[in-house]
Design a protein around this ligand. Structure first.
Ligand SMILES: Nc1ncnc2c1ncn2[C@@H]1O[C@H](COP(=O)(O)OP(=O)(O)O)[C@@H](O)[C@H]1O
Ligand SMILES: [Mg+2]
Length: 300
């Protein structure tokens, strides 16, 4: 059995129909998918991180990318937001291939995405309000007064009303995450990406952040892609979860966390979804990896 067949056999019939390459009759459906990944291979030089990834993220769903440390979750997210070029295959944003898009189109795609990096990655020399204002300055023609008002509103939406003049170092880790979330939603993105939103947070703070993510989807219908290895969070927020198997170097499961736990397509998936929280892989080594790649156009 090839790894590809292995993936397929693990998927429900319905998912399989939804995930197969589009034929003539379902081109329309493909165009509606906010994001489609087709035959993606990701590598760093000679290191193949993952290969043969194909899936669609559906409109308005919370889609979790899960897997052990080093399996390629962050790398996949960086591919999905256009920061890395596929070694093979393609990624479509509402039917448009980022790699083939011209500068204008790329800018348009980037404007419609909001990103929250693993450590929040706020600019430490800027206040919270200034941090949230950055994407508004970059992507809109609004005057500074309006931008200030929107920034205050976005901070209020994440429970940080009145904290606009604070610097990141003056607030807690959970508040920093929420401020980063406010910044990620500043220009009302259609798709939001979060890399390990709960990493470094205590369980209660992490759970509140999950509530906020659910609330965002509820209120604005935003499609949300979350990288996570945190089981409590995965079961709380995921509509569907994709499993990256570090040994197979490909995806070996895609479905609801509950279905995957009840009918795990492989021993790795079963172990991942039933492990005790103490057995979670350490993530500290990659804590600052994403700071090397600030979102395009958001440098101070
Ligand atoms: N910029 C990079 N250059 C080279 N190798 C990298 C880079 N970033 C990550 N890797 C490697 O790619 C693999 C996947 O990393 P990553 O996507 O960070 O995994 P995860 O987010 O699932 O922990 C790891 O083996 C990691 O060491
Ligand atoms: Mg990561």
């Amino acid at each position: 059995m090839t790894t590809h067949e292995g993936v397929r056999s693990g998927l429900s019939r319905q998912t399989e129909v939804a995930e197969r390459a589009p034929g003539v009759e379902d081109v329309e459906a493909a165009e509606e998918a906010p994001i489609e990944v087709r035959g993606l291979t990701m590598r760093y030089g000679p290191l193949v991180v993952m290969q043969d990834l194909s899936f669609r993220v559906r409109q308005g769903e919370i889609f979790v990318i899960m897997g052990g440390s080093g399996s390629g979750k962050s790398t996949l997210m960086r591919h999905m937001i256009g920061l890395e070029e596929p070694a093979e295959g393609s990624i479509l944003f509402e039917g448009a291939d980022f790699q083939e898009a011209d500068v204008e189109k790329r800018r348009d795609i980037l404007r419609r995405m909001g990103v929250l990096y693993q450590n929040g990655a706020l600019w430490s020399g800027l206040t919270l309000a200034e941090n949230v204002a950055l994407p508004l300055e970059e992507y809109t023609d609004l005057d500074s007064e309006t931008i200030g008002e929107i920034a205050a509103l976005k901070l209020a939406l994440v429970g940080l009303k009145g904290f606009g003049s604070f610097y990141p170092s003056e607030i807690s880790g959970g508040m920093r995450k929420r401020a980063a979330l406010a910044r990620a939603t500043a220009v009302d993105p259609e798709v939001l990406f979060f890399d390990e939103p709960s990493s470094g947070l205590d369980p209660i703070t992490a759970s509140r952040l999950d509530d906020l993510i659910l609330q965002l989807r509820e209120s604005f219908g935003t499609t949300i892609v979350v990288v996570s290895h945190d089981l409590a969070s995965i079961f709380k927020i995921a509509d569907r979860a994709l499993f990256l198997d570090i040994k197979e170097k490909t995806m070996t499961a895609l479905g609801t966390p509950e279905d995957l736990r009840e009918n795990p397509p492989s021993e790795e998936v079963r172990q991942f979804l039933t492990r005790s929280s103490e057995a979670e892989p350490p993530q500290a080594s990659e804590a600052h990896a994403d700071e090397r790649h600030p979102p395009k156009g958001q440098s101070p």
